[in-house]
Write a new protein. Structure first.
Length: 162
């Protein structure tokens, strides 16, 4: 019975994602989500940096809050870039979330190097270059998939007999 309910909800969610006027294709959704992520985490970062000592627990909380804060700040920026400056002119939620999380991970890696006092221009160059190369390849894959109208969500299940 749980499988039937799961399949029903899965189909409903996929239909909602494919719907043209879904909230995930609107820029204001990403702006509100970015504000909801960045304001509390920014306040938490402020409180953590100014009112606590850098023990182990506080460092992990710091990295978590940096991840949430940078993701919240970059989410509407990447959504706007996808909507207005790329050839498809459509917001793909998976791409926007991936780009904002990768930016947050890159910031955390650079902060980690700075805490260890090993951050220099070479490390910055290779870290940013590597992340940009991976993103260009993933963007090319997304462009090919979207231009050919190929989607894993809308693909019919193939018959295992053939």
């Amino acid at each position: 019975m749980n499988i039937a309910i799961g399949n029903f909800l899965d189909k409903r969610f996929h239909l909602w994602l494919k719907f043209e006027g879904s909230p995930l294709e609107k820029l204001r959704t990403y702006t509100l989500l970015g504000i909801l992520l960045s304001l509390p985490s920014g306040y938490g970062l402020y409180r953590l940096v100014y009112f606590s000592l850098p023990f182990l627990k506080e460092r992990w909380i710091f990295f978590f809050l940096v991840m949430v804060f940078v993701s919240g700040i970059t989410l509407p920026i990447y959504a706007a870039l996808n909507k207005y400056f790329f050839s498809i002119r459509k917001i793909f939620p998976r791409t926007v979330i991936r780009e904002s999380l990768v930016t947050a991970i890159l910031c955390e890696v650079l902060i980690w190097f700075q805490i260890g006092r090993v951050l220099n221009s070479t490390i910055i160059f290779f870290s940013v270059g590597g992340f940009l190369a991976i993103e260009v390849l993933l963007r090319a894959r997304d462009t090919v998939i979207s231009k050919n109208n190929y989607s894993e969500l809308s693909r019919e299940h193939e018959d295992p007999k053939s």
